[in-house]
Every structure is written in C-alpha cells, then in structure tokens.
Design a protein around this ligand. Structure first.
Ligand code: GDP
Length: 551
C-alpha cells in the first residue's frame, strides 16, 4: 500500500460499501469451483456445455463450441487449436444455479499442455474426473488424478457415454478403487448400457430415472421419466434380466457401501460416482444437483504467515495463469487470479508480493459462458481476470492489507530443448520483444548460451506442441519467421550453488552449461544417467534441482 493510502478491504477499514459479515460469509458459502480432468475425447467439451445448459448460463447446446468458433475468428493464434483439433487455452466460466455461483475452470485437453492443467488445478477446489465408460481409466486421467491427489482435492467421478457399449459398472468402480486406492460411493447406478441403456437408479432419492430416447440433444433437457424404486410398474417397464441385475446391484450397494461420509469426500478420500450420457443430456442434471450438495466451498489456503481463511477480510489471491492476446484488437494480456480471501472491488489497490508494486484493479473481469464482463466486486472463491500487462508472473500473490505470500505453483521441468533462430536479422528487436512477451506469460521457458555472441534463445518446453505454439504466435503476432534447432538434451537442473559452484567443480563432462533468464547457471543433460554420473563425479557441484517455474 502506498504511503498515505488506506487499505481497501481490511478489518481496520471496512469502508462504506462493505457487506455485513453475515452477507460476506453467505457470499463465500454459495461459491463452488471445479475443474474437469479427463483423457482427450472422454466428452469434456460436451459435459461442459451440458452443465452450462442446465446451469442456465446458455440456452442452446452448441454455444460452447460456437464460443470457441467465434474466438477462433477473432484470435488468430487459436487457429492452431482449430487445425490441430485441440483445446489449448483455459478459461474460467461462471454460472449461477439454485442460488449457487459456480466457476468451471476449463482445462486444456492436449497432453502437451499438462503444465497449464497443473496450474488450473492449483486454483480449483473440486475436481470432476470424467471417464469414458467404454474405456475406463486412460493415461491422461491417471496423470491428472495424481495432481488432484497431491492437492487433496475432492474428486467426483463421472462415467460418460453409457449410451455406448460400456464396461460393467462394478469393473469401472473396481479400477478406481484398486488402481487409485480411492474408495468410491456410487450416487447413481446405470441400468444397462449401449443400445440397452435405460437410465439410472439415483440413490439419494431412491428413484429410477428412465431415459427416453429420441429427445432433442439441443436446447431442452433430456426427456426423463422418474419412478419411485418401489413402484411396481418398474418391473413391467424394465426387461426382466436388467431388472433382476438392478435389484441385485442395488441390494449390494446398500449392503456394501457405508453411508456417505461427506468429510471423506471433502478430504479427497472418497469419490462420489455418477453415470451419464452427456451427449444425450442424460444424468447431467442429477450430477449437478448432487455436486452442489457434496462439493466443498472455498476453504483455507496455506501462506507464509499461516492458514488464510476465505472470510479473512483482507483481499488476497494468486495468479495461476497468464494469457496474452485473447483479443488481438487490443493486444491485451490477462492474468487470472484465484481469490483466496476477502472481497475485491473495482478500482481497489492491491500489492504484488514479488515486486512490492501497487496496482489498481481498474478492470477486473469475469468470464461468463460467452463473454467477458467487467465486475464491480467479488469474493473469495472467484476467479478474476486482470488486465495489467507485465505486472504479474505465474504464482504471484496479490493482496491488500498485511503482506502475505502463497506458495508458488508446482510445475513440470522441461524435457525438450531447442534453439529458436530468427530468420530475418533485420527484425531483431521484434524477435526479442515477442520472445520476452511469451516468456513473461509463462508459455515457455528460455535459456541462453554462455558463449559471447550466441544470443539465440534456447526454448525449454514440456511438450513439442509448446514449441509449435510459440512459433505460430511469433509469426502471427510479431511477424517473425523462426526456425527451431533441437538440442539433444532431456534433463535440466539449476545449480543451487550458482556460478561459484560451477567454478569450484572444474571441468564438467557430458553436459552443457547454459544460463536462465536471470543469468543463473543451468546444466543440460542428455539423460538422467549422465546427471547421476556427474553428481557422483563432482561432489563440489552441490545441489542440483529441476528447473521449474516459479524459481
Ligand atoms: P473432449 O475431447 O473430452 O472435450 O470430448 P468431446 O466433448 O469433444 O467429445 C468427444 C466425442 O465424444 C465427440 O464426438 C462427442 O460427440 C462424443 N461424446 C461426448 N459425450 C458422449 C456421450 O455421452 N455419448 C456418445 N455416444 N458420444 C459422446
């Protein structure tokens, strides 16, 4: 806070427009946020769209794709997404339903963008694990689940595509329980699958929801017939074999699963399970209803000064994603902030803990399904987009009131390294500008040779696609044609002892010494084996740690 300036939202200075403590608690309590994790093609886009549809945020299915399409039209680097048929960007969408305010954090599907997904999960309070019921667990689901586990996120499992031939529900559940060592609590249970998918048994109300085929996939919800489980007519509606199976399975569920322990759900030790056919709108509404009941509201966050409660009156949050040029007409850059405590108001001043700078939140935005809108205020649990170019890095803490710092966001260490050459020396300045901008955004890490005169950056990435995106954006946003020249290294380590440690260690074999953007030494190795060997041979080198953001 600048001298003479009053903090905006602290207990010492509640301010005139401050809401009452009861109202404040109510606002936070009605917020829920979640991210969907899944393997590509499991139906995440479809489920997102259907959730927005039921949540009343959109009125027509197809709008999410339409939104994508129109974004493609306005933002040309996203053309790459279209060409590759993948979703690279992640945004936060907000919708209100049954009095609750839901933020859906959209995570990119492609595996090269695991890094972005990682960061997004750092901002999420709940995770929805979407699994193709015909395939069971897949590699990307496994990888992302591990991140959720590390963060102890509540995980809600949704098995999708029941309208297609599916594995037996018991098999599906067993896979999760055994492989993830995660007990489950089936909230709904399928009746048949594929052509014989008839509907689900919904345990909280002991009802059978029968799915009527041939309904419209679009704007209206699925036609559903709801019957009490005890209704004698069920036997005549459901074919005998499926009815018998349902009876047995329901009995087994009641006997074998202990009553739902919500505290275990909240600690990530028990996963509620649902069965659905997102494409047919089926099971989505039941899931949403149940999710609203079982999911966690915004909770406490650890910081350098202890646990921060969301109802702490001082505003605080952290930057989990930076995205440049969402709207190329304005060349803007948006920093996405997860609000951890307090309330923010348009125009309020906050500090960035890394730089100590004060910044006014003049145009905080929220992303609704189709649009971004400027928001006047918001609360812990929200995700806001800030328009202050270059003020933020990923992992930055922003706060008002007492100085605090949230731990950085874990990230993967890059495994691919490549020189990026500028093919037109006359455009040297533009080239540097582009690289710096993308670097600031955290799109890629950049290293430099230690040899004088070798100024071309070495890009360091987790996946090949990251390089392609950088090349594409250099061309489309800065008019620079670039060439990549891969380096055969796959492991990068910071030398924690800095240049003195390098000096002391003397000649180093089977590695390349480079420096990072802050001029600190980094060693590149062809493989883990070379790394182990070097550490064995050169005790003087000291500690080596994976290079990962934030430093
Ligand atoms: P994402 O890659 O996870 O975002 O998956 P999409 O939502 O794009 O879906 C992948 C494909 O599966 C698309 O062709 C969808 O139409 C299809 N799909 C999604 N949900 C269902 C479903 O419930 N049943 C069937 N049969 N297909 C589905």
């Amino acid at each position: 806070i600048e001298p003479g300036e009053k903090p905006c939202s602290t207990s010492e200075d509640p301010g005139k427009e401050e809401v009452s403590p009861a109202e404040f608690a109510r606002e936070i309590g009605r917020r829920r946020n979640f991210a969907i994790i899944s393997h590509p093609d499991a139906g995440k886009t479809t489920l997102t769209e259907k959730l927005l549809l039921y949540g009343g945020a959109i009125h027509e299915a197809g709008a999410v794709k339409a939104r994508r399409a129109s974004r493609h039209a306005t933002s040309d680097w996203m053309e790459l997404e279209k060409q590759r048929g993948i979703s690279i960007t992640s945004t936060a969408m907000v919708f209100e339903t049954r009095g609750q305010l839901i933020t859906l954090l959209d995570t990119p599907g492609h595996q090269d963008f695991g890094e972005d997904t990682y960061r997004t999960l750092a901002a999420a309070d709940n995770a929805v694990m979407l699994v193709d019921a015909g395939k069971g667990l897949e590699p990307q689901t496994r990888k992302l689940f591990e991140v959720c586990r590390m963060r102890k996120l509540p995980v809600f499992t949704v098995f999708n595509k029941l309208d297609r031939p599916a594995l037996q529900p018991l098999e599906l559940i067993d896979e999760i329980e055994k492989e993830f060592e995660l007990p489950t609590y089936p909230v709904s249970w399928p009746i048949g699958s594929g052509d014989r998918f008839l509907g689900v048994y919904y345990r909280p109300r002991r009802q059978v929801h029968l799915f009527e085929r041939g309904g419209k996939h679009g704007s209206v919800g699925a036609a559903v017939r709801v019957l009490d489980y005890m209704d004698p007519s069920l036997k005549t509606i459901i074919p005998t074999d499926l009815y018998k199976q349902l009876e047995e399975e329901v009995e087994m569920l009641e006997e074998l699963t202990p009553p739902l322990d919500i505290s275990k759900v909240h600690s990530g030790d028990l996963s509620p399970v649902y069965f659905a056919s997102a494409m047919n709108n089926f099971g989505v509404e039941l899931f949403l209803e149940s999710f609203l009941e079982y999911s966690v509201k915004p909770g406490t966050h650890s910081s350098d000064i202890g646990e921060i409660h969301p109802e702490n009156p001082s505003f605080s949050g952290f930057v989990f994603k930076l995205q440049a040029n969402m709207d190329p007409k304005h060349r803007d850059k948006v920093a996405f902030v997860r609000v951890c405590s307090g309330q923010f108001k348009k125009g309020m001043k906050v500090q960035v803990s890394r730089t100590g700078k004060t910044i006014a939140l003049t145009r905080p935005q929220k992303m609704f399904a189709q649009d971004r809108s400027i928001v006047d205020n918001g609360f812990a649990g929200d995700v806001i987009g800030l328009n202050n170019p270059n003020a933020f890095c990923i992992g930055d803490t922003v706060f008002s009131g007492r100085q605090i710092r949230y731990p950085g966001i874990p990230s993967f260490s890059p495994e691919l390294f490549s020189y990026m050459r500028n093919t037109n020396p006359a455009k040297y300045k533009q080239f540097q500008k582009g690289i710096n901008k993308l670097l600031g955004e955290g799109a890629v890490q950049v290293l430099y040779s230690v040899d004088a005169g070798k100024n071309d950056p070495i890009l360091a990435a987790v996946g090949q696609l990251q390089f392609e995106v950088v090349q594409y954006r250099m061309l489309n946003e800065y008019g620079i044609e670039t060439k990549l020249e891969p380096l055969g290294y796959s492991v990068a380590r910071w030398v924690t002892g800095g240049w003195p440690a390098i000096e002391k260690a003397g000649r180093l074999y089977n590695c390349m010494v480079v420096k990072d953007q802050w001029g600190r030494p980094v060693l590149l190795f062809r493989n883990e084996w070379n790394l182990t060997q070097l550490m064995g041979d050169n005790k003087d080198i000291g500690d080596l740690v994976p290079i990962a953001l934030p430093p």
